[in-house]
Ligand binder design. Structure first.
Ligand SMILES: Nc1ncnc2c1ncn2[C@@H]1O[C@H](COP(=O)(O)OP(=O)(O)OP(=O)(O)O)[C@@H](O)[C@H]1O
Ligand SMILES: [Mg+2]
Length: 333
């Protein structure tokens, strides 16, 4: 449970995009110097507002992107040094589940063809036992009786059933980690709870770990062992009690935002600070990136970029110069 299966050291992903006037390309640090250990069998939530780099981090973990800087290691082996055999093992052991199952499933393939395609490609089972094997995969994701689903196309399934197929397709390879980018946000609320329950059951039966990216802090509080909060490409807080005792002012802001009506349904946008930030107007390229929104910023925050560090004796790590005093303060932020 405690060994890191994936470990990121100083990982950055720098994209370029056209400047506002369109005549120059400017760098976008989508992920910016992330250090993170993902432990075997844990459920790790990644939360943060839109554009904070969560999906880019998922793409890096899935080897869909190569980091511009830094290293990702799998069981201590750096990904860009894996030989062909290890690379294909990695692709089996680290699986993906995406937000919209209707676009991640081939519309022209029946459920049986979708699963059989993966079983054949990875030689998971002999032809003789194939149908029983595929039926067992459907049963494992709660699609019973399995025969009823074999000949259906994705458009003949509900969103929740489609997501179950996407999960079956991932889980049949017996992965050690599933990276799920917003797996709930295209589903109805009641179905979201069922998919969360399925993930938690699969974890109990197979010890697979999950990295779940989500805007739904309530759902993540109920399922995650630990949660990492991202802000502008950085992990600013990570721990097992961030919902009960948030240490970073941005985590508190996110938790406050959870109480606000959310016009777009799936996106959490944090509210403006409750009081004017004393250092909001300071021009700096070296200080804390949350400076301009932080009601607690002081001089050091404009001068030194805070690094992730342990807070007290607990499991929380936080990138805030004032975390100790703010955590000790009794008045809510
Ligand atoms: N291919 C790309 N080229 C250029 N910029 C990109 C690219 N992909 C993402 N970005 C930028 O990188 C930043 C992080 O994007 P990312 O999709 O990782 O955020 P996110 O946290 O997943 O957001 P959301 O919650 O909206 O899904 C954003 O500023 C985004 O505009
Ligand atoms: Mg995203």
């Amino acid at each position: 449970m405690n060994e890191p299966i994936l470990s990121l050291k100083g990982v950055s992903q720098i994209y370029t995009k056209r400047s506002a006037k369109g005549w120059r390309r400017v760098p976008v640090r989508a992920v910016d110097g992330v250090d993170l250990d993902i432990r075997e069998g844990e459920t790790l939530a990644i939360v943060g507002e839109s554009g904070s780099g969560k999906s880019t981090l998922a793409k890096l973990l899935l080897m869909l992107n190569r980091p511009t800087q830094g290293q990702i290691a799998y069981r201590g082996l750096e990904l860009d040094k894996l030989n062909h055999e290890w690379r294909s093992q990695y692709r089996r052991q680290v699986q993906a589940v995406f937000q919209d199952p209707s676009s991640s499933l081939n519309p022209r393939m029946t459920v049986e063809e979708t699963l059989r395609h993966v079983a054949n490609r990875h030689s998971l089972v002999t032809k003789l036992n194939q149908r029983d094997f595929l039926a067992a995969q459907l049963a494992a994701v709660g699609l019973n009786p399995p025969e009823q689903y074999f000949s259906r196309y994705p458009h003949q399934l509900s969103g929740g059933q489609q997501q179950r197929i996407a999960i079956a397709r991932a889980i049949m390879l017996r992965p050690r980690v599933i990276i799920a980018d917003e797996p709930l946000s295209s589903l109805d609320v009641s179905v979201q709870a069922q998919i969360l329950q399925l993930m938690s059951d699969l974890r109990a039966t197979t010890n697979v770990g999950f990295v779940i990216i989500s805007h739904d802090l309530g759902a993540m509080q109920s399922i995650a062992d630990r949660s990492a909060v991202m802000y502008r490409g950085r992990v600013v807080e990570i721990g097992d009690a961030i919902y009960q005792s948030p240490a970073h002012p941005y985590t508190r802001l996110l938790l406050d935002a959870r109480l606000l009506p959310n016009p777009r349904g799936t996106r959490v946008r944090s509210p403006p600070p409750k009081q004017a930030a004393p250092f909001a107007s300071v021009e700096t390229t070296q200080g804390c990136r949350f400076l301009h929104r932080c009601p607690h910023a002081i001089e050091i925050c404009a001068a030194i970029d805070p690094q992730l560090r342990p807070l007290g004796l607990g499991a929380t790590q936080v990138a805030c110069h004032r975390a100790e005093e703010l955590s000790a303060a009794t008045t809510p932020v």
